[in-house]
Design a protein around this ligand. Sequence first.
Ligand SMILES: [Zn+2]
Length: 70
Amino acid sequence: MYLIFRCDCGRALYTREGVKTRRCVCGKTIKVKSRRILGKVESFQDAAYMVRKLQEEKYGPGGFLKKKIE
Ligand SMILES: [Zn+2]
């Protein structure tokens, strides 16, 4: 089982259930227990997929690609 949660920097992360801390790429070490768990999934692949979805939810897919072509 994998847990999905967010760092204070807004980045979505996942970790295997039972792991106590996870280091974000922003440098912060997160206590998994202290975070609100956004989701639980069975596989590593599902966890990676959910994290990507959460990132897109927050930052938008592709970002600048949405800009109108003039
Ligand atoms: Zn972070």
